[in-house]
Design a protein around this ligand. Structure first.
Ligand code: FAD
Ligand code: NAI
Length: 474
């Protein structure tokens, strides 16, 4: 039989983060269909999220680094560097195209049928797809997995996103020139990442944040404060504890009116581009979950520990269920559903051990508990902190911003949380994830032989401080 043919009783995926889990399901022998209305596969992450934003972050960071630090390193001529923005955008688009094309290739290789169209649940075992190219296709499936992700929140009623002058992250990743002035509404992950991109490329960036802290949900207070200092030094302005009360277009300018969150005098700023990034909402529009009686917990689809919804053969993963809205979390969940369905095995994800990374320069990465959480939970803890300014490799690299903070249980020394600010924090945090996953103590980390001279040695230094009260150096 043609393995690509749609027949009854196949296992079926309604866009999973999806790529990974659809492929995993197919590799495990399930007959798999993946549906996405977007067209190119890979969801938010590959098309308008992780990948394009990181392409922009990398190019803008190199440009900035070269301009600001090369001459002080003895590499002369960098003062004359200029930025070809359209070339940067072309490279970003090429990276997205290569990856989404690659996924289509993997779908073919592993015999995942890929349907481009809008899927609606029309029964516990059926989905009707309005195909992008016209027509409809109904699929009957033994199991269905929902991974319809998220969209930006436009919860500011007076802001209308046009994706040109007033943009979401999607528009910010597709600008045609670097704005002179950019106002960012929301100092969370997207605001700091994309704000940094445009600040490095020459825009005057002002971040307006409702809270007194930056970095969004779950960031450690001390880390947030230090990061704000570093970003301020780089040139980003912050209006903290401030709310936006109006955003109005006036020709090529956008006027942004703000007020202190606690009340006070209004102020108006002009911008060429306003980036709205005040969070994302679960996307279930037109999916048909209500009609099937799929239970919710708040705005999230309720699932059990095998990602089963209240309709037993329908599963859900990613941004539409509990937990952080992160690609690696969605990916692991999707792969677990595939494994569960194909093998009956019951793998699990420790939600306390899902790392978060902010890809600014330096990066911010953390896993486990923050000091604020531990205090709130009444957990007594030890804390060891080691600065990169005392690390040989960081000094040699002329990149000494940041620190590692290791938190462990006061009584047992079990690792509870690790927080890092560093140029490669997102890579270093993996060591901490492995430690926490396997129940390590800070002393275990402190006794691991780590290569010298490396930036990661600071993780060991901070763990030594946590475990022994002192580090050998620093
Ligand atoms: P999504 O990736 O959102 O995929 C859902 C897909 O379903 C979409 O393509 C949508 O078109 C499709 N769809 C929805 N409804 C239907 C329907 N009814 N029929 C057919 N198709 C439908 N996370 C990280 O971990 N690291 C990062 O660096 C990072 N950077 C990000 C940068 C930006 C700018 C943004 C916006 C997000 C970023 N994220 C990052 C978050 C990450 O992209 C999401 O957490 C992840 O993509 C969620 O995966 P998902 O499978 O739940 O949904
Ligand atoms: P966010 O939740 O990270 O930050 C939103 C910020 O906006 C918060 O600090 C909040 O206090 C502030 N805010 C809310 N309402 C406001 C208002 N009216 N005025 C001013 N400030 C206001 O959300 P963001 O940045 O939109 O990102 C959405 C999600 O996308 C993230 O939570 C994350 O899950 C994902 N993402 C992950 C990335 C990564 O892992 N590196 C990168 C980009 C996005």
């Amino acid at each position: 039989a043609d393995p690509m043919a749609v027949e009854n009783e196949e296992d079926f995926w309604l866009q999973v983060c999806g790529r990974t889990s659809a492929i995993k399901a197919a590799q495990l022998g399930l007959k798999t269909v993946c549906i996405d209305k977007r067209g190119p596969p890979g969801g938010t992450c590959l098309n308008v999220g992780c990948i394009p934003s990181k392409a922009m972050l990398q190019s803008s960071a190199l440009y900035h680094e070269a301009k600001i630090t090369f001459e002080s390193r003895g590499i002369m001529g960098a003062g004359n560097l200029s930025c070809d923005f359209s070339k940067m955008m072309e490279n970003k688009n090429a990276a997205v195209k290569k990856l989404t094309g690659g996924i289509e290739g993997l779908f073919k290789r592993d015999k995942v049928k890929y349907l481009k169209g809008f899927g609606k649940l029309t029964g516990p075992n059926s989905v009707t797809v309005a195909l992008n190219d016209g027509g409809e296709e109904t699929i009957t499936a033994k199991n269905i997995m929902l991974a319809t992700g998220s969209e930006i929140i436009e919860k500011l009623p007076f802001v209308e996103v046009d994706e040109e002058q007033i943009v979401s992250s999607t528009g910010a990743l597709a600008l045609t020139k670097v704005p002179e002035k950019m106002v960012v509404i929301g100092g969370g992950v997207i605001g700091l990442e994309l704000g940094s991109v445009y600040e490095r490329l020459g825009a005057k960036v002002t971040v307006v944040e409702f809270l007194p802290t930056i970095g969004g949900i779950g960031i450690d207070g001390e880390v947030s404060k230090e990061m704000q200092k570093i970003l301020k030094k780089q040139g980003i302005s912050f209006k903290m504890s401030t709310k936006v009360t109006a955003v109005e277009k006036s020709g090529s300018t956008v006027k942004v009116t703000t007020e202190p969150a606690a009340g006070g005098d209004a102020e108006t700023m002009d911008a060429d581009v306003v980036l709205v990034c005040v969070g994302r909402r679960e996307y279930r529009d037109g999916l048909g979950t209500e009609a099937l009686g799929i239970e919710m917990e708040g705005k999230k689809i309720k699932v059990d520990d095998t990602f089963k919804t209240s309709v037993p053969n329908i599963y859900a993963i990613g941004d539409i269920i509990h937990g952080p809205m992160l690609a690696h979390k969605a990916e692991d969940e999707g792969a677990m559903v595939a494994e569960y369905l194909a093998t009956g095995k019951h793998p699990h994800l420790d939600y306390n051990n899902v790392p978060s990374v902010l890809y600014t320069h330096p990066e911010v990465a953390w896993v486990g508990k923050t000091e604020e959480m531990l205090k709130q939970e009444g957990v007594e803890y030890r804390k060891g902190k080691f600065a990169f300014a005392a690390n040989g490799r960081s000094i040699a690299n002329m990149d000494t911003d940041g620190f590692v903070k290791v938190l462990s249980c006061k009584k047992t020394d079990k690792l509870l949380g690790v927080h890092i600010i560093n140029a490669i924090a997102g890579d270093i945090i993996s060591g901490a994830c492995i430690g926490i996953e396997y129940g390590a103590a800070s002393e275990d980390l402190a006794r691991v032989c780590m290569a010298h001279p490396t930036v990661s040695e600071v993780l060991k230094g901070a763990a030594q401080k946590t475990a022994f009260g002192k580090a050998v150096s620093g």
